[in-house]
Design a protein around this ligand. Structure first.
Ligand code: ADP
Length: 671
């Protein structure tokens, strides 16, 4: 509707109102007759509604109404109201000539004559389309914001902060709150109330903070606790601009859960820190070598004191193992670590030998470790490193290796000695056998000569023959001893064990020794319990007794004394009986008491030279005693005499010793 603005037709002295109305452009002003037909039309009406005056004069004003208004008879209703009330103001959509709609503000006024009779109506219409659109948009926008305001989870409130005379914030009033506010605070119907009415104990910090926002216009974000209810809030307070300088908007959420979770997390972190610290101390001080290698290059992350000491205190943390310990190349260690890292399989090996260049002079020293490589896994199961645990066992391993070497050498030596002993025994057996044959032949020839078979024998020849025969006997005795001993050593002696009366056996061999005792002028006292039975080989038993008695005779000087007696066995099982041979001879030094049972040992060579013997008698006797389940032991005081005790087995039913019967043979009085 763009028509040239008419100039205002002013008369020189008075205002021509009709002309004024005619030219008003922003208002459609026209008159209706009593029936609603248009009788006048101004410029503004033409601009707003699009009709020229000649097009509308005489037409009913309802042509401007929309079909909806017409359908409900709005034009006539309006006129009826004006006729009754004199005036009506209405707003609504109206039609332009081109059919388009505009938002009209309409005021219809009744026109009456002097008598009050209705003569028509004036109608003033303003185009308010722009204002209406703006106001609708505002309403829509407000609606949208209201929806948003109500739908957010955050609590929202608009507050009027109240200050005291000194300008200090002392209270605030809730102007507006959303639903979340009520949900989060549990407060209902607070609008218009002040916080002190609701919470007389409100913490001053809340008031101070909102007061500051109101005063400075600076927004603030803070977290604060409502201590009486133990609830924490995250609050954003900002000034509401353009309305009231003291008004503050508050957007807040309840973060009690988060704060508790944070507090729990902090506590858990503190515990974890403490534990980590303790663990670190444990690892650092552990007596084992501990290291942690990270990544596929096995970079040292941790190496405790013990570990670093084992590798010569090298600076290794932060370095890959191939760089930190280059001498391990070719020893399979890198490959083992690669395998553990790749497969995630732990590895352990006792006494793994490793060559280390701890002095860094190129000289490798072998060390042994009990190793454990344990993969370190992340939460997703992937391997991110390797935990190394090693115990240095170099010293025990080296000591054991040395002991094994020594044992091996000892075994070799023993084998060699056994072989040599065997060879010696075989040699002695063969020699003894070979010597006995000619000796027996010598004895036979000597006997033949002595019997005079080869002619008469002079007294001098007989004496010589006697000596030759004695020498032959002695030599034969020696050879028999050697042969016996060889047999015993080779375990080739056979025993014929039977139940024997001990006194019988002793009596049977007494004649064999009496001459020897008598020759030395040594008396012999036999104190044997009668009926003492033993389980033994008769010949072997006699051989032992003969040896003991002949030694007693040999090592006891003229006028000495020998006792043969059955005694109670101290410290011996009850199935043994003891036969003691005691002499008052030269005795045996304490340090030789065990040695005299070794073969070829003779304590006093000088003395023995004057006597006779091979040094085999006791060795043979003890072997024979043991071979029959008994033993032979000695007690002696040098210069005072000796007691040789023979232990013999008794038959199963007998174990106690009956009282003894005594018999003494004196030198020169064989019994
Ligand atoms: P031999 O009597 O042939 O020398 P033995 O084996 O019988 O060999 O005795 C070994 C050694 O024990 C003797 O040489 C002697 O030194 C010592 N001996 C044995 N019996 C007695 C004893 N009754 N008194 C002192 N010494 C003895």
């Amino acid at each position: 509707m763009s028509a040239p603005r008419p100039t205002l037709p002013l008369c020189s002295t008075t205002v021509d109102f009709r002309s004024l109305v005619e030219v008003v452009q922003d208002y459609a002003i026209f008159a209706l007759d009593r029936t609603g037909h248009i009788v006048s039309w101004n410029r503004g009406a033409q601009l707003i509604k699009g009709y020229a005056a000649e097009e509308v004069i005489g037409r009913h004003f309802s042509i401007f109404y929309t079909p909806e208004d017409l359908a409900c008879g709005k034009p006539d209703r309006m006129l009826a109201i004006v006729e009754r009330d004199g005036r009506i103001e209405d707003e609504g959509w109206r039609l332009r000539r081109d059919g388009s709609r505009f938002w009209a503000n309409v005021v219809i006024t009744a026109l009456r004559d002097e008598t009050g009779t209705l003569i028509g109506f004036t109608k003033v219409t303003r185009d308010q389309t722009e204002r209406e659109r703006a106001s609708r948009e505002l309403r829509a926008s407000e609606g949208r914001y209201r929806t948003l305001f109500e739908s957010i989870d955050e609590g929202f409130a608009i507050l009027d902060v109240l200050f005291d005379d000194r300008g200090t914030a002392c209270d605030f009033r809730w102007i507006e709150v959303n639903r979340a506010f009520e949900k989060l605070t549990g407060l209902r119907d607070v609008i218009g109330k002040t916080v002190r009415e609701v919470y007389p104990d409100i913490e001053p910090a809340w008031l101070e903070t909102y007061g500051r926002v109101s005063r400075t216009g600076e927004p603030v974000r803070f977290e604060m606790e409502r201590t009486p209810v133990h609830r924490w809030f995250d609050v954003y307070a900002f000034p509401v601009s353009g309305v009231d300088a003291r008004r503050v908007a508050v957007l807040f959420t309840d973060i009690t859960q988060r704060r508790r979770a944070d507090a729990d997390l902090q506590a858990a972190r503190r515990v974890a820190e403490t534990e980590r610290g303790q663990l670190a101390t444990l690892v650092a001080e552990a007596p084992a070598a501990i290291a942690v290698l990270r990544g596929p290059q096995h970079v040292y992350e941790i190496a405790n004191r013990h570990y670093r000491r084992l590798i010569g205190n090298r600076d290794i943390v932060g370095k890959p193992i191939r760089e930190a310990l280059p001498e391990l190349a070719g020893q399979g260690i890198y490959e083992l670590l690669d395998h553990v890292y790749r497969t995630g399989e732990p590895f352990s090996s006792p006494e793994l030998g490793v060559m280390l260049d701890n002095l860094r002079n190129g000289v490798l020293e072998q060390r042994f470790f009990n190793f454990i490589y344990q993969p370190i896994r992340e939460a997703d199961g992937s391997v991110s490193g390797i935990f190394v645990h090693a115990i240095d066992v170099t010293e025990p391993v080296q000591m054991r290796q040395a002991a094994e070497r020594l044992q091996h050498e000892a075994e070799e030596a023993r084998t060699a000695a056994e072989w040599a002993n065997q060879a010696k025994s075989e040699f002695l057996a063969a020699m003894s056998h070979e010597l006995r044959t000619p000796l027996n032949a010598i004895a036979g020839y000597l006997q033949l000569i002595a019997m005079g078979i080869h002619g008469p024998v002079t007294e001098a020849q007989r004496t010589a023959l006697d000596r030759a025969q004695k020498s032959q006997q002695h030599l034969l005795g020696l050879i028999n001893d050697v042969l016996n001993f060889v047999k015993l050593e080779a375990g080739r002696v056979e025993y014929t064990i039977e139940e024997l009366e001990l006194a019988d056996v002793v009596a049977a061999m007494t004649p064999m020794i009496e001459l020897q005792l008598a020759a030395k002028g040594v008396s012999c006292d036999f104190r044997l319990s009668p009926d003492v039975m033993v389980r033994a080989d008769r010949d072997k038993l006699q051989q032992i007794l003969l040896n003991l008695l002949s030694n007693a005779a040999k090592f006891t000087d003229m006028g000495g004394r020998v006792t043969v007696e059955t005694t109670a066995c101290e410290d011996a099982p009850p199935d043994l009986v003891c036969l003691a041979v005691t002499d008052s001879g030269c005795g045996i030094p304490a340090d030789k008491l065990e040695a005299i049972f070794d073969p070829f040992v003779q304590v006093n060579r000088k003395l023995t030279h004057t006597t006779e013997g091979t040094g085999l008698g006791l060795a043979i006797s003890r072997d024979l005693a043991r071979g029959m389940g008994g033993d032979l032991r000695v007690r002696s005081v040098e210069g005072e005499g000796s007691t040789f005790t023979l232990f013999l087995r008794v038959p199963a039913s007998r174990s106690s010793l009956p009282p003894c019967a005594s018999r003494t043979s004196h030198p020169g009085q064989p019994s």
